[in-house]
Write a protein that binds this ligand. Structure first.
Ligand code: PDD
Length: 286
């Protein structure tokens, strides 16, 4: 059964799917994207993802490639055609194809690509049992990281550096020592008093959809959340640390720059949040 991609109005065999060489996504990273989790056949938090996509498009003055209302149907269709029960669906919109010029082209249609792929929940569960390691890197991104742009070169380099250090994520750290977020995830800690701490999303990080939904989940569990910055030192001394994203949900962090977080094992609050996300958030049909 071949994988199928949606490219500008057509469903194409994934291996043959392509965009034009003068697509501005390819030339300038002039585009935005969303990654949604697919769990037990439904797209988790799709309305929130599409609301963020709308915001990203508006911030960059990129036109909708199709009418807004059609997108949920297209995402579901790509998931269906690829028989994805558990996995991810990826949607990317660029400013379209135009002869290379930095300024916006006058009459170009935005490009739309949607792909989906399967993931193994058992492998993710296994990863959560051991937790992940992170390294820290100096923040070197532009200041509009609130836009989910496809311009991800600093993130690519940071995550490659993490991989070379035997870690799975890199945390961008401000000049004052506060943790911003991961290369592809938000960063959290649990204090010694059992309070969840994550940086405010008004500025300097992407407002993660998983982060937002974990706020709902934490409220249901009666957990306290503080939105404030935390330093690398505070994270190392915390009771727990974890990351959140559509691809990892709540994933324990057991080591930061080679130093163990608490006893070096996944934290119990992180694991409860992870379980509650599955029980609460993944069950509400999108
Ligand atoms: N990344 N911060 C950054 C820089 C991210 O790239 C992501 C997600 C997040 C978490 O957002 P969400 O909870 O909506 O997934 C935070 C996706 C998964 C990716 O690029 O693959």
């Amino acid at each position: 059964m071949p994988r199928i991609a949606y490219v500008n109005g057509r469903y194409i065999v994934h291996a043959q799917a392509a965009v034009h060489i003068e697509d501005r996504g390819y030339q300038f990273a002039d585009g935005v994207y969303e990654v949604c989790e697919v769990a037990r056949g439904h797209i988790v938090d799709m309305p929130r993802h599409l609301a963020r996509l709308k915001r990203s498009l508006k911030e960059l003055s990129i036109a909708w490639p199709v009418s807004e209302g059609v997108l949920p149907m297209l995402l579901r269709e790509v998931v269906r055609r690829n028989h994805v029960v558990n996995g991810l669906v990826y949607v990317q919109v660029t400013r379209g194809v135009a002869s290379r010029d930095f300024v916006f082209p006058a009459n170009t249609n935005s490009s739309l690509v949607i792909t989906a792929r399967k993931a193994d929940p058992a492998a993710a569960a296994k990863r959560a049992e051991t937790g992940i390691k992170v390294i820290t890197v100096p923040e070197n991104r532009w200041d509009r990281v609130d836009i989910k742009s496809t311009g991800l070169l600093p993130n690519v380099l940071a995550k490659q550096k993490a991989k070379e250090a035997g870690a799975q994520e890199a945390w961008f750290v401000d000049a004052d020592g506060t943790v911003k977020e991961g290369g592809s995830s938000n960063a959290w800690i649990v204090t010694r008093d059992g309070v969840l701490v994550t940086r405010p999303a008004e500025h300097g990080i992407l407002r993660g959809i998983t982060r937002t939904t974990l706020f709902d989940v934490a409220a249901k569990l009666g957990l306290k959340i503080e939105e404030r910055g935390f330093s690398v030192a505070e994270a190392k001394a915390a009771r727990e640390a974890f990351i959140s994203s559509a691809t990892t949900i709540a994933m324990p962090v057991v080591e930061i720059d080679g130093a163990p977080v608490a006893n070096g094992h996944p934290g119990s609050m992180t694991l409860s949040l992870r379980q509650a996300f599955f029980d609460i958030a993944e069950k509400s049909p999108a």
